[in-house]
Write a protein that binds this ligand. Structure first.
Ligand code: ATP
Ligand code: MG
Length: 212
């Protein structure tokens, strides 16, 4: 592909990067350095106009919202917490799939007044229990939610589950499904207008890569 304008694509290390690379490769876009080895945060690609910006997963929507990157790849979990302001989210890439679940000690009750729920996904958790008409106390954490019920910080957790092995290793089990999660292509709304020709072509090619 050739682009008229410069395009910055915000990606996060780990599974999103690994799963997005093959899609970008189908468009003929490949990084020059290995990001898992390089300490560089802005990576050149084989295309002069295209750069990858390596960002913490939760920060990707923020960079794109403010136009520091034109395009990004972010999980639906992260997008729900961010709120999606200033972003278009036209394409589900169907990568980094998992489920957002309520989990807890084996056999734990989901009922009860003022249950304490530890989670990184405060908005999603709040919306889930509010929809059920259940009063809960949400405790915001930034990681390792599995620990919270083990030491009495919370009754339950809301976390992403793929195989369930991490839960199991800590004597926990998935109890209730909240949402299916995958990663989306996101665009800055201003870049969408200013760089319309390039962005439209990029989006069409990514759509083909996902479906092909
Ligand atoms: P960090 O690990 O640096 O705190 P993070 O957990 O947000 O950040 P990743 O673990 O790389 O970063 O997750 C990035 C995205 O991948 C998540 O936002 C989610 O959409 C998806 N994801 C997270 N955990 C899983 C999982 N177990 N299986 C599949 N996809 C997942
Ligand atoms: Mg993680």
């Amino acid at each position: 592909m050739k682009f008229e304008t410069s395009l910055k694509i915000a990606l996060s290390k780990g599974r999103i990067f690994k799963d997005t690379l093959p899609l970008l490769a189908r468009l003929g876009i490949e990084p020059v350095d290995d990001p898992e080895k390089s300490r560089k945060l802005i990576l050149d690609t084989n295309l002069e106009q295209v750069k990858f910006v390596m960002i913490r997963a939760t920060d990707v929507p923020t960079y794109v919202q403010w136009g520091a990157a034109d395009i990004g790849v972010a999980g639906k979990d992260v997008l729900v917490e961010h709120g999606g302001e200033g972003l278009y989210q036209p394409l589900d890439l169907r990568i980094a799939r998992c489920r957002l679940m309520v989990a807890g000690p084996a056999g734990a009750s989901l009922q009860g007044d003022r249950l304490r729920i530890a989670t990184k996904y405060v908005k999603a958790a709040r919306a889930h229990f509010a929809a059920k008409g259940q009063q809960v106390e949400i405790i915001k954490l930034y990681g390792s939610m599995e620990l919270a019920p083990l030491v009495g910080l919370s009754d339950l957790i809301v976390d992403l589950v793929e195989s369930g092995n991490t839960l199991k290793a800590n004597g926990l089990e998935p109890l209730e499904h909240i949402d299916d999660i995958s990663s989306r292509l996101i665009f800055n709304k201003a870049a969408w207008k200013m760089k319309h020709a390039d962005i439209t072509r990029f989006l069409a090619a990514m759509r083909e890569a996902v479906e092909g």
